[in-house]
Design a protein. Structure first.
Length: 155
């Protein structure tokens, strides 16, 4: 996906995009690791690896900031950090709570598909990314704050 984005941005600006850094970050997985002197199977559900210096991504909702981070290697967290904002409301609850007019207002200034298919991704269906990042201050260092400009979701 990033290759396609870089290609399209390059076509739009009329020059190749130079990639200064590529962050490969996944979440919701199990891996064999060593913690507290023992080999363990560690499951990161809703979490990413945050080993010292390891780059990572922590997304907010489709209408809020996301972050490029570097792990701090916090041992008590098993060198993990949150993967993102996490949901305040289930998808079904979000569809009951929010309507298109409200979603249109919350997404002002952001290009998106303008479809009811996005109601379950309403920004208020998620926890505050600012609170999540404050809580993760011992786990990661923020390198870049990304502002949402476009959101793409299959329909």
């Amino acid at each position: 996906m990033m290759d396609r984005v870089a290609d399209q941005v390059g076509r739009f600006v009329g020059t190749d995009v130079e990639r200064a850094e590529t962050v490969q970050c996944h979440h919701n997985y199990t891996e064999r690791e060593r913690h507290f002197g023992r080999e363990v199977w560690l499951s990161r559900k809703g979490a990413i690896s945050a080993r010292a210096g390891q780059p990572g991504l922590i997304p907010g909702s489709m209408g809020t900031a996301s972050y490029v981070v570097a792990g701090k290697g916090n041992a008590p967290s098993m060198t993990s950090s949150p993967h993102g904002a996490g949901r305040n409301h289930s998808r079904a609850a979000a569809r009951r709570l929010f309507d298109r007019a409200d979603l249109d207002a919350r997404m002002a200034g952001i290009a998106w598909g303008r479809s009811d298919a996005f109601l379950d991704e309403h920004p208020d269906a998620y926890k505050s990314i600012d609170v999540v990042m404050a809580d993760a201050a011992d786990l990661v260092e923020v390198r870049h704050t990304l502002r949402q400009v476009v959101n793409v979701k299959g329909d």
